[in-house]
Ligand binder design. Structure first.
Ligand SMILES: O=C(O)Cc1cc(O)ccc1O
Ligand SMILES: [Fe+2]
Length: 451
């Protein structure tokens, strides 16, 4: 499908380029910020209009099956290779990469953190990245990391890309603007943004301080889940994903690009903005998605389904039904199930569950899991509703009731998640978290009947 929409908003980036979004998930888009910048009928003309250079960005191997093959052709002022210096090693101390198993840090357990305070210092989206957990191995392109970003400052003439990963960004406070090679995208709480591996960007803090969560996906890209018997509609619908229209910066000032590559960071000098793509076409692009457009499907008579029913996006691991990562959303919804314990059941899971609260109260944890907070229930570690939630739900009158003003999510991975030293020692870990289950008394007394 080819889509070219008029920009919804006319605004000025640094060069007065247009802004707007094109609908669809993984579409074959085409977009140009200047008329006729995009070659028609071929990718590599002998000379491109405006003296642009043609450059391909491939997100999958050239030979990936057609339905999975992802690449974008960029028509840019200079090719990416035209940076000025070699890559020089640099440090981004808060950003860790798997494998990262810290000797004296224990990851086996149930953990919960209060919101990480945003420090009173200049931190960008990159320097303010704080890794909570890592899983798998970046060198074999499996697994993920869960981070919190704390951003107070915009990246100025300072650009970044990750060769290691796709980044799924879940804002929780503040507003961000992603200036990317393929256009400009804004994201605020209750929206998400996806930044593909290899795509250069800088992040402007539109409203700070900004805090949010990042799922760094080392493996195959996030995709929409198969809906199975649900059919062609509901959950996340493809048209609600929005890719930016082309927008470029023609800016000749000393600048820097930082790359994340196999867990290391290197920097190079460049004499111009690398966001100089005037036109592009292809299906490898950033996008944003409004979580409020997610249409949850659930139990309409009895019982509590598996949380996979709330999967927004899934990143496959190669083993069918066994995701490298599932991104799962617990949004406001009606509870109608009869003769049912309605909150999540008690369970142990082979998948490792990291949850974040964007806003409101999560039904299994009415206290303690607050907006900005995080919990981790690692591989095969038991968990479920806390004492008060159990008592309330097992005694509630079961009329239809609405869970209002609530939006939490889960990054769930097939790989155990290892805590960083930051998560174990610096972040506000709730030492008493496991006590939330202390009130679950023995009710069994050997006699039949409901207690
Ligand atoms: O542990 C959690 O709170 C997440 C979760 C929610 C749910 O409805 C069922 C299972 C599950 O792991
Ligand atoms: Fe769970």
């Amino acid at each position: 499908m080819n889509v070219q929409t008029q920009p919804q908003v006319s605004d000025s980036a640094r060069t007065g380029a247009p802004r707007g979004y094109m609908p669809g998930f993984g579409n074959d888009f085409e977009t140009e910020a200047l008329p006729d910048a995009l070659p028609q009928g071929q990718n590599s003309p002998q000379k491109c209009n405006y003296g642009l250079y043609a450059e391909q960005l491939s997100g999958t191997p050239f030979t990936a099956p057609r339905g999975q093959n992802e690449r974008t052709w960029c028509y840019r002022i200079r090719p990416s290779v035209r940076h000025q210096s070699r890559w020089v090693k640099t440090e981004v101390p808060g950003w860790k990469t798997a494998p990262h198993v810290v000797d004296d840090v224990i990851s086996l357990g149930q953990y919960r953190w209060d919101p990480i305070p945003v420090p009173d210092e200049a931190l960008t989206f990159v320097t303010g990245m704080r890794t909570m957990t890592t899983a798998g191995d970046v060198n074999t392109q499996v697994g993920m990391a869960a981070h919190v970003y704390l951003a107070t400052a915009s990246m100025e003439d300072d650009y970044f890309y990750s060769a290691d990963s796709e980044l799924l960004v879940v804002p929780q406070a503040g507003r961000l603007r992603f200036h990317t090679e393929m256009g400009v995208m804004d994201a605020e709480p209750q929206e998400i943004a996806i930044l593909p591996r290899g795509m250069v960007f800088r992040v402007e803090v539109l409203e700070g301080p900004a805090r949010g969560f990042v799922c760094e996906n080392y493996g195959a890209k996030f995709d929409l889940p198969n809906r199975g018997p649900i059919g062609a509609n509901c959950l996340a619908n493809p048209r609600d994903f929005k890719a930016p229209v082309a927008a470029f910066e023609d800016r000749e000032v000393p600048s820097r690009i930082t790359i994340k590559w196999c867990g290391q960071f290197h920097v190079t000098e460049i004499g111009h903005s690398p966001l100089d793509v005037v036109a592009w076409h292809g299906n490898y692009a950033p996008c944003k998605y409004d979580l409020r457009t997610f249409s949850p499907v659930g139990a309409i008579l009895f019982d509590h389904p598996d949380p996979s029913i709330f999967t927004v996006l899934t990143a496959p691991s190669g083993v069918e039904g066994t995701a490298n990562i599932d991104f799962v959303l617990f949004r406001d919804r009606w509870n109608v199930a009869e003769h049912t314990f309605r909150p999540p059941w008690y369970h142990k899971n082979i998948m490792s569950e990291l949850m974040g609260n964007i806003h409101g109260i999560y039904d299994a944890k009415p206290e303690g899991f607050v907006p900005g907070g995080i919990s981790l229930h690692n591989m095969m570690l038991p968990h479920g509703p806390d004492g008060p939630a159990f008592e309330r739900a097992s005694n509630a009158k079961l009329a239809p009731s609405k869970l209002e003003d609530t939006i939490s999510f889960m990054f769930e991975t097939r790989f155990p998640q290892h805590l960083t030293r930051f998560a174990a020692e610096e972040a506000p870990l709730q030492d008493d978290y496991v006590e939330c289950w202390d009130g679950l008394e023995k009710k069994f007394d050997g006699t039949p009947g409901l207690k």
